[in-house]
Each structure stands twice: as structure tokens, then as C-alpha cells.
Design a protein around this ligand. Structure first.
Ligand SMILES: CC(=O)SCCNC(=O)CCNC(=O)[C@H](O)C(C)(C)COP(=O)(O)OP(=O)(O)OC[C@H]1O[C@@H](n2cnc3c(N)ncnc32)[C@H](O)[C@@H]1OP(=O)(O)O
Ligand SMILES: CC(C)C(=O)C(=O)O
Length: 390
């Protein structure tokens, strides 16, 4: 039986692009939007149309070229924002307006200097108004992570009645623990009248490094959309990383959930976004980091050479990485050295390998990494240059 699908809502071009230094021009955004569509994301959040003339144009042009995904524009709970978003999305095959307002006491008191009643009223007015332009309206309850569940349920009920099709429950400040965030989603499922008419969505920030765990906890508890970005970029410590949630769902069949993502495009998409935004990916980043499939210690290398699955839970080909890397360092053993030597043409006997390994350790102790050229040099020192099978 096919697994239930979790919708992937990509906000690389909106929340991701808010990051200092990550701003893109329209042409760059179009290249990424095309790739996201090809990757199989269900929704592309293309921008915040009222934000600037450039962002407006980007949303218009993205709406024109995206073939499969829903194209979404963000707004505040402000009529003018909604009108401008509707105008920017007019060419989209599947347009969505994403509107909302802060619901935590902190936002209500300090940001809006308002009351809970006024917030419910502004939320309902925004959703009803957005529905006069498009059929698909997503509502975000900003700072839902720190919003009291009872009030959050009240807001959700009111906006569903006003026509919201998706309810976004953002942990805007990345505060929640996974169990707490999951319980929040479950509470809404159990207590909001009409909840079956809307899709619950997770939008988790990574301030405590919990964005991915919280999103997974959200879908385990009934959410069916995850908002995420390529490489996890986004405000402050970032958003949920798209590649992580996609691969968690794929690698854990017991969750019985999947996405429409073509995972073989993950690595190249990560590179494309990183290069285009000038935002390097940390080498130890899960799934797409340079070291995600690299092994540099002897015991691991020996295991991987015998059978990849001893130290890898994902086949690198499944995310578009050509092969696992065996990196030679002073922590490598004979198995790794023999493996890499063979790759550059040296088939060593056991005795030869012992000799070469002694010499290798002298190199490795003074270098961070022993490269192919170093292997040739080591063979010369060991007087084995001539055994190379070209
Ligand atoms: C959690 C998030 O990531 S939300 C998205 C964040 N992204 C952005 O802010 C990028 C785009 N933003 C912008 O371009 C600008 O901030 C604009 C165009 C939206 C507004 O600019 P300005 O009119 O100059 O307002 P400014 O940014 O100074 O302040 C924000 C105003 O919006 C209000 N506001 C904030 N969120 C909302 C909301 N969801 N609904 C209604 N009003 C809101 C604030 O209370 C404040 O209003 P005030 O001036 O009456 O106090
Ligand atoms: C606008 C909303 C969805 C957001 O980015 C947040 O709350 O983090």
C-alpha cells in the first residue's frame, strides 16, 4: 500500500532569502524555482510581494514559469499586502496566499499592543479577504510555539471558518521541544472544530538545533505539510532542512509517510543554492555536507570497504552523491591505504602493504590528508613505483 504523503513547502526563496548576504536577483531566483519544481516540492514560497518592487517582480516571474508546484506569496494580516500578493500571483497555475499574525502573548502585547480579541478579528478579516482572490489560503499563527494552546485552537477554529485551507503552526523562535511541539499539533487535531477541512503545517526554526526533530514530531502527530529550506537556511539559526526531513521519512518506513521529492536531486540542489547565495554548507551537515559520506578513520574505512552499510544508513546515490569517500589520514589503517593505492594503480601484496603503511604514517603525521600524489611519492620512497598497473 502506498504511504501517506507529507507536502513539502519550500521557503528557500522567502525565509531562506531573508538571511543576511543571501539576497538573490530575479534571474537567480528563477533558476532555483525551476530546480525546486523539478525536485518535486509541492509548494514554492516565492517571496513577500509587498516587501520591495524586486521581490514583487520575482514572485510574478516565478508564478509564470513554475509548472507543477503551488506558488505562494507571504503577507501580513494587512489588506494592502494581500492585494499586492494576489496581483503578483495572478499568473500562477496554482496560487496560494500565506497570511497571518502573531498569536503569542509576547507578540500581542509588545508587537501589536493589542488584545487577543483584536488578533482573532484581524486574522479572520485577513483570511476572508485573501479568499476573495484565491481558493488556497494558508494562515500562519506566528510564534505559535510559545502560544497558549487553548488560544491557538480558538484562532485556528476562527480562520478555518473564514476559509483557511492550511494552518501553519510556526515555532518562530525555535523554542519548543519535540514532544511539546508534537503535543501542540495533537492538541489542535483533537480540539479544533472543523480541523479536517485544513492541512496542519510545521514551520520550525533551529535556534536550539531542534527544527528537524520538531517537524518530524509534528508529522508523527498529524501535520501533513513541512515548511523547510534547502540546506536549512533561514532567519537566525535557520529553518528545518528540506533534505533532512525528506530522508528521515524515506529511511524510516515504520513512520509510513513519504514525500514527492526526487531525492537524487538533493545534493546538486544543495550545491546550486549554496553557490547562488554564497552561503557555504558546513562539512558535517547531514545529507549534503562534504563529509556526510566521507570516512577517515581506519576502523570505519575497513568496515565500509567490506560493506558500505556498516557505517552508512543512506546509499549516497539516493541523494545524488557519486560514491562514499575514503579519506586517508593518520587515523587510517592498511585496508584504506590498500583500497586507495589500488584506485591509483598499485596492487600491493601483504608484505608490500606493511612497508608502504609504515612510510604512509610518516606522511600522515605531518599532513592533514594524504592525497593521490602523496601515494605516488610514498611508492617511490618504498621503491615500488614500477609496480603500478597503468
Ligand atoms: C517570522 C517571519 O519571518 S515574518 C516575515 C519576515 N519578513 C520580512 O519582514 C521581510 C519583508 N518585510 C518588509 O519588507 C517590511 O517589514 C514590510 C514592507 C512588511 C513593512 O514595512 P514597514 O511598513 O516599514 O513596517 P516595519 O517593518 O517597520 O514594521 C512592521 C509593521 O508590521 C506590523 N506587523 C508585523 N507582522 C504583522 C502581521 N503578521 N500582520 C499585521 N501586521 C504586522 C508590525 O506591528 C509593524 O507595524 P507598526 O509599524 O504599526 O508597529
Ligand atoms: C511567517 C511565518 C510563517 C514565519 O516565517 C515564522 O513564523 O517563522
Amino acid at each position: 500500500m502506498s504511504k501517506e504523503k507529507v507536502q513539502i513547502f519550500d521557503t528557500t526563496l522567502r525565509d531562506g532569502e531573508q538571511v543576511p548576504g543571501c539576497k538573490l536577483n530575479t534571474d537567480q531566483k528563477l533558476v532555483i524555482a525551476r530546480r525546486l519544481d523539478e525536485l518535486g516540492v509541492d509548494v514554492i514560497e516565492a517571496g513577500f510581494p509587498i516587501s520591495s518592487p524586486g521581490d514583487f517582480t520575482s514572485v510574478v516571474e516565478i508564478a509564470k514559469i513554475v509548472k507543477n508546484a503551488t506558488v505562494c506569496g507571504l503577507t501580513r494580516a494587512v489588506k494592502k499586502d494581500i492585494e499586492v500578493a494576489a496581483e503578483a500571483l495572478q499568473y500562477a497555475r496554482k496560487p496560494r496566499i500565506h497570511t497571518g499574525i502573531g498569536t503569542s502573548d509576547s507578540h500581542i502585547t509588545h508587537k501589536f499592543r493589542a488584545t487577543r480579541e483584536e488578533i482573532v478579528e484581524r486574522a479572520v478579516t485577513a483570511v476572508s479577504y485573501a479568499r476573495t482572490f484565491v481558493d488556497d489560503v494558508e494562515f500562519y499563527a506566528e510564534d505559535a510555539g510559545r502560544t497558549d494552546n487553548e488560544f491557538l485552537a480558538r484562532v485556528c477554529e476562527a480562520v478555518i471558518e473564514a476559509g483557511a485551507t492550511v494552518l501553519n503552526i510556526p515555532d518562530t523562535t525555535g523554542y519548543c521541544l519535540p514532544e511539546e511541539y508534537g503535543a501542540k499539533i495533537k492538541y489542535l487535531r483533537d480540539n479544533v472544530k472543523g480541523i479536517e477541512k485544513a492541512v496542519l503545517s510545521c514551520h520550525c526554526h533551529n535556534d536550539l538545533g531542534l527544527a528537524t526533530a520538531n517537524s518530524i514530531s509534528g508529522v508523527v502527530n498529524g501535520a501533513r505539510q513541512i515548511e523547510c529550506t534547502i540546506n536549512g537556511i533561514g532567519e537566525r539559526a535557520g529553518n528545518t532542512s528540506l533534505e533532512e526531513v525528506v530522508m528521515i521519512l524515506r529511511q524510516h518506513p515504520a513512520l509510513d509517510l513519504d514525500t514527492n521529492i526526487n531525492s537524487r536531486l538533493l545534493y546538486s540542489t544543495s550545491k546550486m543554492v549554496s553557490e547562488s547565495m554564497g552561503m557555504p554548507v558546513q562539512p558535517n551537515k547531514a545529507i549534503v555536507g562534504a563529509n556526510a559520506f566521507a570516512h577517515s578513520s581506519g576502523i570505519h574505512q575497513d568496515g565500509v570497504i567490506k560493506n558500505r552499510e556498516t557505517y552508512e544508513i543512506i546509499d549516497p546515490a539516493d541523494v545524488g552523491v557519486t560514491e562514499s569517500a575514503i579519506v586517508l589520514t593518520a587515523r587510517s589503517g592498511r585496508a584504506a591505504l590498500a583500497y586507495r593505492a589500488k584506485k591509483v594503480g598499485y596492487e600491493l601484496t601483504k608484505l608490500q602493504l606493511d612497508d608502504v603503511y609504515r612510510e604512509f604514517l610518516k606522511f600522515a603525521d605531518v599532513k592533514k590528508e594524504v592525497l593521490d600524489d602523496d601515494i605516488h611519492e610514498i611508492m617511490q620512497v618504498c621503491k615500488l613505483g614500477e609496480i603500478r598497473a597503468v
